[in-house]
Design a protein around this ligand. Structure first.
Ligand code: DC
Length: 212
């Protein structure tokens, strides 16, 4: 079973994907880490994030063993990832890995921006997670503050808005819900309620798959 979870930054998709994977005992891939690792490697090599050839070369050379690197979670890397993610060559370089991960025997849970639309249009279940931008900024602010990063609420709101805009309006694989995705709004849901709602959506879909 392949489960695709897409949505904007801080919508809760990552936590949901991890919990759903645990529930069904499936492997989980946070595809954003691939774009983050690409950006990290471009910066580490003193190259230019806005140069498609530099970004593409980094994407081709990602070492999957480095995806657990704690630095990938840093705020600046999320922004940088969104910049390299617009290059078709970067997306192509990262797509085989994602596709193979999703299609391993038994399936997988994979979260990102274009999983239900481009990477796995054949996913058995697609969920597009949304939440109001102010609520997403509040969550991200608390998370960054707890990690000791020097942030302001206004600054976090602004960067989330900019990232949404960039991810949504790029020409190549823009962030959007697949036509057959289930929408899950987590604005007013705590984690446990959101997980329960997602599991319910999945069970309903498995019990009553769309006619072929
Ligand atoms: O999910 P995240 O915040 O870790 O993703 C970081 C950036 O990577 C995001 O702003 C856009 C890009 N991304 C993408 O373009 N496609 C994906 N499937 C996942 C992430």
């Amino acid at each position: 079973m392949i489960i695709a979870i897409d949505g904007p930054a801080a919508s809760g998709k990552g936590t949901l994907a991890r919990r759903i994977a645990e529930h069904f005992n499936l492997p989980h891939l946070d595809s954003g880490l691939l774009y983050r690792a690409t950006a990290r490697d471009v910066l580490a090599a003193d190259k230019d994030l806005r140069n498609s050839a530099d970004a593409e070369a980094a994407a081709h050379n990602i070492d999957p063993a480095t995806l657990q690197d704690e630095r990938l979670r840093h705020r600046g890397i999320g922004e940088a990832a969104s910049i390299v993610a617009k290059f078709p060559g970067v997306r192509a370089a990262l797509s085989d890995f994602q596709h193979a991960f999703a299609h391993q025997p038994g399936g997988a849970v994979i979260d990102g921006r274009d999983i239900g639309t481009v990477v796995c249009p054949d996913a058995d279940v697609k969920i597009f997670v949304v939440a109001d931008v102010e609520e997403r900024a509040r969550r991200r602010f608390l998370e960054l503050e707890a990690r000791g990063e020097p942030v302001t609420r206004e600054g976090v709101l602004l960067t989330i808005r900019q990232r949404d805009e960039r991810d949504r309006t790029r020409t190549e694989s823009p962030m959007r819900a697949a036509d057959d995705a289930e929408l899950l709004d987590t604005t007013n849901l705590d984690i446990e309620t959101a997980v329960a709602a997602a599991l319910q959506l999945i069970k309903r879909k498995i019990d009553r798959p769309d006619p072929a």
